[in-house]
Design a protein around this ligand. Structure first.
Ligand code: NAD
Ligand code: MG
Length: 306
């Protein structure tokens, strides 16, 4: 195991600790995987919370659907939700079966039900199917996390392929509309919807024009829908991560030559680990945040946001 590996960390999220040194400042070697990338192939390994996330019963009996939850932030959220007492359905692309089975095993080890739903969210019919399967197999639904996302860096607008532009909007924005729309009939009052946006929504990198603009759309959708659904007792919020070490970054999300410095420009001086995002989602999913609506919770190592 390389010294930068965070996957074996056992210090839990509730232990008093210095955030600068809670995880190492990683300097990932240049690496490139085909999209969407596999968690098991990234170097160093990331912390999804398998050893480090401690549940405190905050989501007892809840039923959650988390998209893109085979790896990265979604996987860490799914694991945390299970440890907090929720049953969890996860979606992922078929090529990610191996990562998904690992997450499902951790969910089941927590004593929760895990439902695994492979498929492509750029397909509108699959967006419907995901919701129907999750609601049927979990016998209901009261947490929806729209987290799946596509990010491919391109140097200039002239070089941005039209099919990439369409697929990024399909996966990041249209799927979120479709899944959320399909989920509404299942969500009782008290339910929560959480969308994964990004620091890129406010501070777009010049090489991420398509991706960054989808994240601005997600923030906007969150604030609009939050007002529409609040009277029904359904709360909608977003989480905006900063740089987090996930397979997305190694499968086109960043140019490989930029990976050795990944995340080092945050005020904390390091990239985030996926499990460091999970408490934000747990807070927004749990009834304790009952008066928090239309909010974007930034978890980015200290980068200023509007
Ligand atoms: P990740 O690669 O681990 O997760 C993204 C997942 O999205 C993939 O595992 C895949 O299952 C899913 N996905 C992508 N395209 C899909 C498609 N067409 N159909 C179905 N599923 C699809 O990477 P991550 O960084 O954990 O990303 C999760 C979310 O976090 C994304 O929305 C991303 O934009 C956001 N985010 C990440 C960072 C970061 O630094 N890693 C920062 C801000 C926001
Ligand atoms: Mg993945």
């Amino acid at each position: 195991m390389a010294t930068d590996d965070a996957s074996a960390t056992t210090t839990d999220q509730l232990t008093f600790t210095n955030p600068v040194t809670r995880y190492p400042t990683i300097s990932p070697p240049e690496q490139q995987q085909d999209e969407p990338g596999l968690e098991s192939q990234i170097e160093p390994q990331a912390d999804l919370g398998e050893q480090s996330y401690r549940g405190t019963g905050r989501l007892e009996g809840r039923k959650a659907l988390v998209t893109g939850a085979d790896s990265g932030i979604g996987a860490a959220v799914a694991i945390a939700f299970a440890r907090e007492g929720a049953d969890v359905a996860i979606t992922y692309l078929p090529s990610e079966e191996r990562d998904a089975q690992h997450v499902a095993e951790v969910i089941r080890d927590a004593g929760s039900t895990a439902v695994t739903i492979p498929g492509d969210l750029t397909d509108p019919a699959f967006c419907q199917e995901v919701v129907e399967r999750a609601a049927a197999e979990l016998a209901g639904l009261d947490i929806l996390v729209n987290n799946a996302g596509k990010q491919v860096a391109v140097e200039s607008l002239e070089e941005l392929p039209d099919d990439q532009l369409e697929q990024t909007y399909q996966a990041n924005v249209l799927a979120m509309f479709r899944i959320t729309k399909a989920a509404l009939k299942h969500l009782p009052p008290g339910s929560t919807i959480i969308n994964t946006t990004s620091i890129e929504a406010y501070k777009p990198a010049p090489i991420l024009l398509d991706y960054a603009s989808t994240k601005a759309a997600i923030n906007n959708f969150t604030k609009g829908l939050a007002q529409q659904l609040a009277p029904k007792g359904i709360r909608v919020n977003a989480v905006a991560p900063g740089p987090v070490w996930t397979p997305l970054q190694t499968s086109g999300g960043q140019p490989p030559e930029k990976l050795p410095q990944f995340g080092q420009s945050t005020p904390l001086g390091r990239a985030g680990q996926p499990t460091e995002m999970a408490p934000a989602y747990v807070f927004l999913a749990s009834p304790e945040s009952s008066f928090v609506i239309g909010e974007t919770l930034n978890a980015n190592g200290g980068m200023p946001t509007p």
